[in-house]
Ligand binder design. Structure first.
Ligand code: FES
Length: 331
């Protein structure tokens, strides 16, 4: 990766345990037990995984802290992460579930925070969907440590599949609102949740794309400013129905590569030895913005404005695709 690559650390899996049939928790520590680099609520680490085809890749996992102590994450002895098994993915989560045991060594990148929580007195309203709860646990603990107002809405299919419930109940008490589709017989009512917010509440959302899109649409419809709504997707976006292969032409070098239906443009370029700039790989950070000279873009990011998308001169190559057969990039 050519973008501000953080330092790497070789850690040991101190504990690996299933929290439920879908989610596995891992504790990572230094071999000699020495303190690890500190982190702030919302931070993540990248973990190097081995894929079934033998390739190495990186996966992004939020760091979890449920202790409401101001110094809890300053020099931690371990990092706690939780991984949801994605059987349709490329194999990264399967590696984290099946390929790792306590005692194994793992390469990670030091923590980085693209999803920080504010420090002020305005209430933080945290909306968690499924495993998207992980960064929000740390935010809840951080807000409680500062005696700052916080409320969490935690939604999942059923209680059995929702990780960290006991920790959150203890941490948040009345400030935790639980929603299960199984008990409610319907998805989380986002409109009602927003109606209940004060005009200076800050919203933090982490969950699946369908939840994120629903919250963003509802806040935009209410005229909430961009500064009040913070979000992070919890997984690398999945394939969509109808995704097809297409050619990408690099105008400056004259090279043409074929992007497979289950591959991103970014991964295709990396596979062919290019060194594009990227960071989040989820269409959120903006780093991979690439000028486009020809072709119809299938925009899927959360970075570009509606106008920029309509103009079609730039795209986020980590997630957006081509509607037709060919794209010409100005790189
Ligand atoms: S790498 Fe973050 S938007 Fe593409």
């Amino acid at each position: 990766m050519s973008h501000d690559t953080p330092a790497t650390l070789q850690l040991r899996v101190a504990e690996a345990r299933s929290l439920n049939p879908l989610i596995r928790m891992l504790r990572l520590a230094a071999d000699n037990g020495s303190p690890l680099p500190g982190f702030s609520a919302g931070a993540h680490i990248r973990v190097q995984v081995s894929l079934p085809d033998g390739q190495k890749d990186w996966r992004h996992y939020s760091l979890i802290n449920s202790q409401a102590r101001a110094d809890a994450t300053e020099a931690p002895r371990e990092y706690l992460i939780a991984v949801r098994r994605e059987d349709d993915g490329r194999g990264g989560s399967r590696f984290m579930h099946e390929g790792l045991q306590a005692g194994d060594s793992l390469l990670i990148e030091a923590p980085k925070n693209d999803f920080p929580v504010h420090a002020g007195g305005a209430r933080a309203v945290l909306i968690a969907g499924g495993i998207g709860v992980t960064p929000l646990v740390s935010m809840a603990a951080c807000r409680k440590a500062a005696s700052a107002p916080v409320r969490m809405h935690y939604a999942g299919r059923s209680r059995e599949l929702m990780a960290f419930l006991p920790e959150l109940q203890q941490l948040l008490g009345e400030d935790l609102r639980l929603h299960t589709d199984a008990e409610a017989g319907a998805p989380l009512d986002i409109a009602a949740l927003l109606d209940d917010c004060a005009s200076d509440d800050q919203l933090y959302v982490c969950g699946p794309k369908v939840m994120l899109d629903a919250v963003l649409a509802a806040t935009q419809a209410r005229g909430w400013t961009h500064e009040r709504v913070h979000f992070e997707l919890f997984t690398t976006p999945a394939l969509e129905e109808g995704d097809h292969p297409f050619d990408v032409v690099l105008a400056q070098s004259g090279q043409t590569y074929t992007v497979a239906a289950d591959q991103t443009i970014l991964d295709c370029l990396i596979e062919h030895g290019c060194d594009p700039m990227y960071d989040c790989k989820r269409g959120e950070c903006g780093v991979c913005a690439t000028p486009v000279m020809e072709g119809e873009i299938d925009h899927r990011d959360y970075v570009l404005t509606t106008r920029e998308k309509a103009e079609g001169n730039v795209m986020q190559i980590c997630i957006s695709r081509c509607k037709g057969k060919r794209l010409v990039l100005d790189i």
